[in-house]
Design a protein around this ligand. Structure first.
Ligand SMILES: C=C(OP(=O)(O)O)C(=O)O
Ligand SMILES: [Mg+2]
Length: 576
């Protein structure tokens, strides 16, 4: 039995055989392989492209949903004449840069096709990445190596990898992949966010798991953040117990209150109308974060007013009479957009991102606010708008004034930069509400890039420094409300709402601490609603405050988490 320790991302206790993500296909060396023959190489290339196409078609036949479409389209490309004929032509030693091996000819032909597609722009440019994927598959086939990307298997398995590329995730089939374990990636990385949104039991930053042999049986505990290779009877029992508890946890009835009746609405993080429909079906009490980047991604120009109105309206339509908090564009850093952000910045996370793009590309924000107001006018949702990456009270005041000019009534800010948390009293003098973005707040408090696996231990929202910043924000909101009231008495005034929409809200133990720190709503992936509700329903506000006190006193993230979990036995009972 061998144990690996990482950071738990999605609770769950699962047993299954490991399949490793194959290493990316290495670039073939230039030049020809001694003794090769151009005629035979041409046949090998054609046979390899056919084999790749057949394998992809077979997978498409058994896939469902988005994955089916992706696989069918990729299968078509595997036999793309431009790619295959281009490669065969390059085998001629007289061509520029020749002579070439079969692998190299495919590699260079793929690069040339991708370049042409990119130059065409728009939809065609998006296909460039698919051609490069197919190219890698053909080269792997020529070498007799496993195909790159998520391994194909008829039986369910635990996917192990160093980390996943965003493109790999498109074909991740939750019916086959029962857990995800990575040696890299932090708890706020895109891999972790994806795992949470799929409800996939996952442990990230567990060093060594990318070296477990294929077929080895492992036990994954996504709550504790551990992976055990060669599990024993206790692990088998725990996995069996989880399988029954997980189904008992499946439903959230749509109204979250603590044991003493104190309401803490549970909201959903969504990007599209389709997400919103799923969130509504899962019982979400509203939307706490509508990420509008989804409407802007994968395009090289700003969406039109009508496109934006339709995209936002599709979300508002799912929550009539309910709160929907929409965030204006958060381009830059981990979400680059070609027409708005500069890819040459030396430190993109500290660069022109979020609200800051209003200074370099003025007008985009005002047009977005106009579209949000128009969409809000067509639906019954209670629309709140907020800006990402607000650092100062002046920025808050400017954003709120822009929102009001557009006709939006409720305007607030994300608190995800430590300066905004520390000056929350002044920031909230201008804004109607705050929403804590704990993913970025952690990265900036700890000076640890949220995308980097080696920094996962720092990049953990249980860090006491992050908890103190959350407390400062809630205290600031209370002070701002008191200053704004006629009597000036904090006791008489309801504090301005402070929610959490970062990944921290989806951790049931941390959710309890957040409530104790003074947070009034929690927004998360719909998959986490039932687990968070199940835990919060067992504690009173006084208990949540006691847990918050314990976490604030801790000297480290691990100490804070362990101490709080020790005071919440319900977590163990529910297998969370
Ligand atoms: C919710 C957040 O925003 P994003 O993950 O989109 O940066 C956050 O930073 O916590
Ligand atoms: Mg953020």
């Amino acid at each position: 039995m061998q144990q690996f320790h990482g950071v738990g991302v999605t609770p769950g206790r699962v047993l299954g055989p490991v399949l490793q993500m194959p290493a990316p296909v290495a670039e073939p060396a230039p030049g020809i392989v001694a003794g090769s023959d151009a005629v035979a190489d041409a046949e090998r290339i054609k046979a390899a492209s056919k084999a790749v196409q057949t394998a992809l078609k077979d997978r498409a036949a058994t896939a469902t949903g988005d994955a089916k479409g992706v696989l069918e389209a990729t299968a078509m490309m595997a036999a793309d004449p431009m790619l295959v004929k281009g490669a065969v032509k390059l085998l001629d030693p007289a061509t520029e840069g020749g002579p070439r091996s079969a692998e190299r000819a495919v590699w260079d032909s793929g690069a040339a096709v991708a370049q042409k597609l990119t130059a065409l722009g728009g939809y065609m440019a998006e296909r460039a990445a698919d051609i490069l994927d197919v190219r890698s598959r053909i080269v792997a086939e020529l070498r007799g190596l496993p195909a790159p990307g998520i391994p194909a298997s008829d039986a369910p398995f635990v996917l192990a990898a160093e980390d996943l590329a965003p493109a790999d995730t498109a074909t991740l089939d939750p019916a086959k992949v029962i857990a995800l374990i990575t040696s890299g990636g932090g708890p706020q990385s895109h891999t972790a966010i994806l795992a949470r949104s799929l409800g996939l039991t996952a442990v990230v930053a567990a060093e060594g798991v990318d070296r477990i042999a294929d077929g080895t049986e492992v036990y994954v505990d996504g709550g504790a953040g551990t992976v055990i290779a060669g599990p024993g009877q206790p692990e088998r029992d725990a996995a069996a117990a989880w399988a029954t508890q997980a189904s008992a946890l499946a439903a959230f009835e749509g109204s979250n209150t603590l044991a003493d009746g104190h309401a803490v609405p549970l909201l959903a993080n969504v990007g599209t109308g389709k997400d919103a429909a799923k969130a509504a079906a899962a019982g979400a009490e509203g939307v706490g974060l509508l990420r509008t980047e989804f409407c802007f991604l994968d395009r090289d120009s700003e969406p039109t007013h009508d496109e934006q109105v339709a995209a936002y309206g599709a979300v508002f339509a799912e929550f009539p009479g309910r709160k929907v908090v929409i965030r204006t564009l958060d381009a830059g850093a981990d979400k680059p957009l070609p027409f708005l952000t500069n890819t040459d910045e030396p430190n993109p996370a500290l660069g022109v991102r979020g609200y800051r793009t209003d200074t370099t590309s003025p007008g985009v924000l005002a047009r977005q606010l106009a579209a949000i107001a128009a969409a809000a006018g067509q639906h019954e949702a209670d629309v709140w708008v907020m800006a990402p990456m607000i650092a100062t009270p002046e920025e808050a005041a400017h954003f709120v004034s822009l929102a009001r000019e557009a006709g939006l009534r409720t305007a607030g800010v994300m608190v995800e930069v430590p300066s905004a948390a520390l000056t929350a009293r002044h920031v909230l003098a201008h804004a109607d509400f705050a929403s804590l973005g704990t993913n970025d707040l952690t990265q900036y408090a700890m000076a640890a890039d949220r995308m980097l696996g080696p920094l996962a231990a720092l990049n953990n929202p249980w860090q006491p420094a992050v908890l103190h910043l959350i407390k400062a924000t809630c205290d600031g909101a209370r002070a701002a409300s008191a200053a704004g009231s006629a009597s000036g008495s904090a006791a008489e005034q309801k504090p301005k709402p402070v929610g959490v929409c970062g990944e921290a809200a989806a951790d049931p133990a941390l959710a309890a601490v957040l409530v104790g720190l003074g947070v009034s709503t929690l927004s998360m992936t719909p998959r986490a609603l039932a687990a968070v509700n199940a835990v919060l329903a067992t504690i009173t506000l006084a208990k949540a405050q006691e847990l918050a006190g314990i976490a604030l006193e801790a000297a480290s993230a691990v100490e804070a988490r362990d101490a709080v979990r020790a005071h919440l036995p319900v977590l163990e009972e529910l297998g969370l």
